[in-house]
Design a protein around this ligand. Structure first.
Ligand code: SAH
Ligand code: F3S
Length: 465
């Protein structure tokens, strides 16, 4: 854990609300800076970094593609598990050496970990100049100016109305664009830090999102991934998530629409309808289970039972043929017995997920579980249970992928395969990575691939007509 160290020399001023009406605090510094953003954690953070790029560029700063070229380094951080924070603390130690050599280098920590650790972060890393939570990115230009004139800057105000709807993110060119449709989370799962670091749930109005998607299609994007902490609880006061899926799928020129991550308790008929009926909406859902034991789900405040989850999966499979399903699993949560864990394995075997992200429970300061439940599964036992679920899932994924051998799948050609430059790789509609010889295909094409072999993670084949 982070040990407090000496307090920074300059006390960090408390946040003052901006006195100006402009949606982005303008840089009044004549000196444009070159800013390097390093992103940690989930796709929401990747999307936030694109937003930060938009804010910075609009206010006259430039983005550095290499850290060596930067005079401002911003780490956009994650707080979801302890190891995510440890990674950033280690990185900060490395960067402190760089800062010693490059005196005017500005070093900032943004995002969830900044919001979580607050002043503890400054105590642990007193050389950090700028600390900013996920609702404060409009303030980036002002923050850089402040630090440049000698005053460290901190803004950790959570703002339940901030949706950045008026700020255009700047993305790297590509085929897949991530579009944040909702910020924050109202669910309060007892293990999770997200509601504390990202605040209350808010949805961006549908007409704005549809315009964003039209613009993305014009820019050449073929696939849109709608992002939110509980993406399917989307509600802008007039439209729900099902309505949004139809509206986005209807945009001319869009090939594929995905979303992540929905919450089982918010899975409405409208969402399932759109998945079943709208050709553009991909037949894949990432539906976090967390545990197969109703007793543990209750302790986690997940708001569904194992039985309700099982019924939901059955309904979805019936309504959406060939639906691929992936999930998140936490092992070793407070009070998880051998029996509870066996129920998780049993449900995984019964549902047969296409893939799963599996985690050891990591207590997060500030959460209800940290405050009131005992982290009583030993680290060794957590490790053992994690290996068990990984092995189980690998076996199932392998078996499911084998079923594709001999079949033809449609793949969006995304780029060169990482391993072999004469191969392309891309994803199927149901999110399977597929590798195949390039032949005459071009990036951005939708091609038919006859599958010849498969592993737990990849399908391999060749283009067919
Ligand atoms: N609703 C969000 C959840 C974000 S966290 C989304 O689906 O994107 C992603 C996953 O991290 C969670 O589903 C959970 O499985 C895991 N997780 C969250 N808090 C955790 C903790 N304290 N320890 C271990 N895993 C955790
Ligand atoms: Fe976290 Fe539960 Fe929300 S996992 S993001 S509190 S739905």
């Amino acid at each position: 854990m982070i040990k407090p160290r000496v307090q920074t020399k300059n006390p960090i001023p408390l946040y003052q609300p901006l006195p100006i009406a402009d949606p982005i605090a303008q840089s009044d510094s004549p000196q444009p800076r070159r800013v390097y953003i390093e992103t940690y954690g989930c796709q929401m953070n990747v999307s936030d970094s694109e937003l930060m790029t938009g804010v910075l560029t609009r206010s006259g700063h430039r983005i550095a593609n290499r850290i060596e070229d930067a005079d401002v380094i911003l780490l956009n951080t994650c707080a979801i598990r302890e190891n995510a924070e440890t990674k950033v603390i280690n990185r900060l130690t490395q960067l402190s050496h760089r800062k010693r050599k490059q005196e005017d280098l500005i070093l900032g920590v943004c995002g969830c970990m900044a919001q979580h650790l607050r002043t503890k972060l400054v105590e642990a890393a007193p050389y950090v100049d700028l600390v900013m939570g996920p609702d404060a990115y409009r303030d980036l230009p002002r923050a850089i100016n402040s630090v440049a004139s000698g005053d460290p800057f901190i803004n950790l105000k959570l703002d339940k109305t901030e949706d950045y709807a008026d700020i255009a993110p700047i993305r790297k060119d590509g085929l897949r664009a991530w579009l944040t449709i909702q910020r924050g989370c109202d669910k309060m799962c007892t293990f999770c830090i997200v509601p504390f670091v990202r605040g209350r749930e808010r949805s961006i109005p549908l007409p704005i999102l549809v315009d964003d998607v039209k613009r993305l299609v014009d820019e050449g994007f073929k696939e849109i991934v709608l992002l939110g902490q509980t993406v399917n609880s989307y509600n802008d006061g007039k439209h729900d998530f099902g309505g949004l899926l139809y509206a986005v799928g209807d945009v001319d020129g869009i090939e594929r629409v995905r979303f992540t991550s929905p919450h089982p308790s918010d899975a409405s008929g409208g969402m399932i309808d759109a998945m079943a009926n709208c050709a553009q909406v991909c037949k894949h859902i990432h539906l976090p289970l967390q545990s197969g034991s109703t007793r543990i789900l209750k302790k986690m405040h997940r708001t569904y039972t194992a039985e309700e989850y099982r019924t939901l999966i059955a309904t979805m499979r019936e309504r959406v043929p060939n639906l691929a399903i992936s999930t998140d699993i936490i092992v070793g949560f407070c009070g998880e017995t051998e029996q509870d864990f066996a129920e998780t394995c049993d449900l995984m075997s019964e549902i047969r997920y296409d893939s799963a992200f599996t985690f050891k429970y990591s207590p997060r300061e500030g959460t209800l579980a940290h405050r009131s439940l005992e982290d009583d599964v030993s680290e060794k036992e957590k490790g053992k249970r994690l290996r068990t679920v990984i092995e189980l899932q690998e076996k199932i994924s392998h078996e499911i992928n084998q079923e594709s051998v001999g079949k033809t799948v449609e793949v969006l050609v995304e780029g060169e395969s990482r391993r072999q430059s004469d191969n392309y790789q891309g994803k199927t509609d149901n999110f399977k990575t597929t590798v195949f010889p390039k032949e005459n295909a071009v990036v951005g094409d939708l091609v038919k691939v006859a599958i010849e072999s498969a592993s737990a993670h990849t399908l391999v084949g060749r283009i067919t007509v």
